[in-house]
Ligand binder design. Structure first.
Ligand code: SF4
Length: 375
């Protein structure tokens, strides 16, 4: 769900200040939410203008994590217990990349995002193939944006950071989610606050100059002060971007059972106020919103907003826009083209072994999808 799409339509029709007024008077947004929608819509449009007609973005997914977070509904395999499949999985994704990026692939890749799961949970030898062999065949445009999600700070050692850097990635996501130890344990993260700080400092000392950090508002057992305290600690580290998510209660997650009575989804004025204060704090520290989306079953109907003081992420904006072709590699990923302003999608199987066993089918589906763009 993208509220900024409505804001952008209004801006195009009658300009930013009238758009803001209409969001307040007709759509019944608060002044601050209307301002957020208009500012973010303009920033998103600025990002999308960087893309040419013949460009696409690339997502490479790894459905492994070292354990499962309380709120996760994504099918992730425990990397420790799935060592036997990791090599086969990496080979399959490399094969998929080689098959899709044959001489007939009609786009240049403007932005690449390695996500998951946690790509950095791969052992170094597999991680090397996963980075180098896929990027070697992808038709990257000059100065393409390359982002690595190093979501779990405990999976990122110096060797992996070296590999990330030498493969050309200049953007890194290190995701603490909270800076409160008790909550980290409760939500099933295997890292500590010190791990986050150490990972951030290590990445900085190795030259990573564009780092995003994610936080989640509305985590179980946290109040407004906890959120603002986590945010202050993250701001003190000084990442270039901070993404403030709101906890979503997803079907199939452990959290879904914990919040079975759904009371946690009712509007919570204290949470709404805390998020508002967090936005203000980000603004006071020079972070401006650059992309925004909503998910189903977010607490208090709140949004996820990316803030930046260094340009943000083209990938994030393009992925949410439904205006840009997407190549998705790996199990559970989605690819799409835009035909006559409508997105046409194909999905890879979520089941890892089905994906590996039917890799040629995934390649053929994607070739047909992207070649339909040429007809
Ligand atoms: S790090 Fe992300 S993908 Fe992995 S278990 Fe946690 S929420 Fe799920």
């Amino acid at each position: 769900m993208r509220p900024t799409r409505i804001a952008l339509d209004l801006i195009r029709r009658s300009g930013a200040s009238k758009a803001k007024r209409e969001l307040v008077e007709y759509w019944k947004l608060s002044e601050s939410k209307a301002g957020l929608a208009v500012e973010t819509a303009l920033a998103e449009e600025g990002q999308l203008r960087r893309m040419e007609e013949n460009e696409a973005i690339l997502y490479v997914g790894l459905p492994f994590c070292p354990g499962r977070c309380l709120y996760c509904s994504f099918i992730t395999q425990d990397a420790q217990r799935q060592q036997a499949s990791l090599g086969r999985y990496v080979n399959a994704v490399v094969q998929e990349a080689e098959g899709v990026f044959d001489g007939r692939f009609p786009f240049e890749i403007a932005a690449v995002y390695y996500g998951g799961g946690t790509p950095t949970s791969l052992p170094v030898s597999f991680f090397r193939s996963y980075l180098e062999e896929i990027l070697a065949v992808a038709p990257l445009k000059e100065n393409a944006e390359l982002t690595m999600e190093a979501g779990r700070p405990d999976t990122m050692n110096r060797d992996k950071l070296e590999l990330i850097r030498s493969s050309g990635f200049h953007k890194l996501c290190i995701n603490p989610q909270t800076m409160r130890e008790e909550t980290l344990r409760l939500i099933g993260r295997h890292h500590t606050v010190d791990d986050t700080v150490a990972a951030f400092c290590r990445a900085r000392s190795m030259g990573f100059a564009d780092i995003n950090m994610d936080l989640i508002a509305g985590l179980p057992g946290e109040d407004a002060d906890d959120l603002l305290d986590s945010l202050c600690q993250v701001i003190d580290l000084g990442p270039e971007s901070i993404t403030l998510h709101t906890l979503a209660v997803k079907r199939g997650s452990y959290l879904d059972r914990l919040f079975a009575d759904r009371r946690a989804l009712l509007p919570d004025p204290a949470l709404m106020e805390a998020v508002e204060k967090a936005h203000n704090l980000l603004g006071q520290n020079g972070y401006r919103p650059y992309y925004l989306y909503k998910q189903k079953n977010c607490r208090s109907g709140l949004e996820n907003t990316g803030f930046t003081r260094a340009g943000g992420s083209l990938y994030n904006v393009a992925m949410m826009s439904d205006q840009v072709p997407v190549v998705g590699l790996g199990s559970g990923s989605m690819s799409k083209v835009i035909l006559e302003r409508t997105a046409k999608r194909v999905h890879n199987p979520k089941d890892l072994l089905v994906y590996i066993d039917r890799i040629q089918e995934q390649i053929d589906k994607k070739r047909a999808l992207f070649l339909s763009e040429l007809q």
